[in-house]
Design a protein around this ligand. Structure first.
Ligand SMILES: C[S@@+](CC[C@H](N)C(=O)[O-])C[C@H]1O[C@@H](n2cnc3c(N)ncnc32)[C@H](O)[C@@H]1O
Length: 206
């Protein structure tokens, strides 16, 4: 290593992470389960966030366990208010109508999307499992969420709905599942601008 490189060596974690955001991070361990919201730490986080707001909460992928006021799941075997494709469910809400928040726990991979469609009996096309599956959902969530509302996203990534859609990250909970399983990453974001044109410049998407 040259003298110049040594002089440039960071001397603290803050120097290594040059682009810090004010986000709370937690990490816990739990057994893996398909019912994400039954994991104690995730259940507690959701119940806490919902208790902080009197507005309406919706869940487009409610599965077997949901704490939202209005639930949807494409699988007719699952007890939910609506049995629609999530994108159609979200399109039913007016601009800025959702003032509590969204529980966003979609399939985590193209394979999981295909498995669900296949189980329901839909023909699975390549287009159905492209990344636009998730970006179209995020665009609808951006449209329907009121300023101050909350989105809790569960995924294998921490992107959430994103800065580019007017959301600010507040809390990231990493749930490790041991062995070589992917973590479940829970991202809590607040809607900070109700109109994207309030941004002066184009923000990065995540
Ligand atoms: C990760 S699970 C949600 C689990 C739920 N949060 C829980 O804790 O029980 C995803 C759910 O989305 C449903 N699903 C998959 N694709 C869908 C789609 N395009 N529209 C609506 N629901 C869908 C599946 O049937 C499944 O119940």
């Amino acid at each position: 290593m040259s003298k110049k490189e040594l002089e440039d060596t960071p001397t603290s974690r803050e120097e290594i992470i040059r682009c810090q955001e004010d986000i709370t991070f937690d990490r816990v361990w739990s057994m893996p389960t398909k019912n994400t919201f039954e994991i104690d730490a995730i259940h507690d986080l959701i119940v806490f966030e919902i208790s902080q707001s009197e507005g309406i909460w919706i869940d487009p992928f409610s599965g077997g366990t949901s704490y939202a006021d209005i639930t949807n799941d494409l699988n007719p075997d699952i007890n939910s208010d609506k049995t629609l494709k999530a994108i159609e469910f979200l399109r039913q809400f007016d601009d800025n109508e959702v003032d509590g928040g969204v529980l966003f726990d979609p399939p985590y991979s193209a394979r999981q999307v295909a498995e669900c469609y296949d189980y329901i009996g839909f023909d699975v096309t390549k287009q159905m499992t492209q990344t636009t599956f998730w970006s179209n959902l995020k665009n609808e969530i951006e449209r329907i969420c009121a300023s101050g509302s909350t989105v809790i996203s569960c995924s294998w990534n921490s992107n959430g709905i994103g800065k580019g859609n007017g959301f600010k990250k507040e809390h990231i909970l990493i749930v490790a599942h041991g062995a070589w399983h992917n973590d479940t990453i829970v991202t809590v974001e607040k809607r900070v601008v109700s109109n994207l044109s309030e941004y002066d410049s184009t923000p990065s998407k995540s």
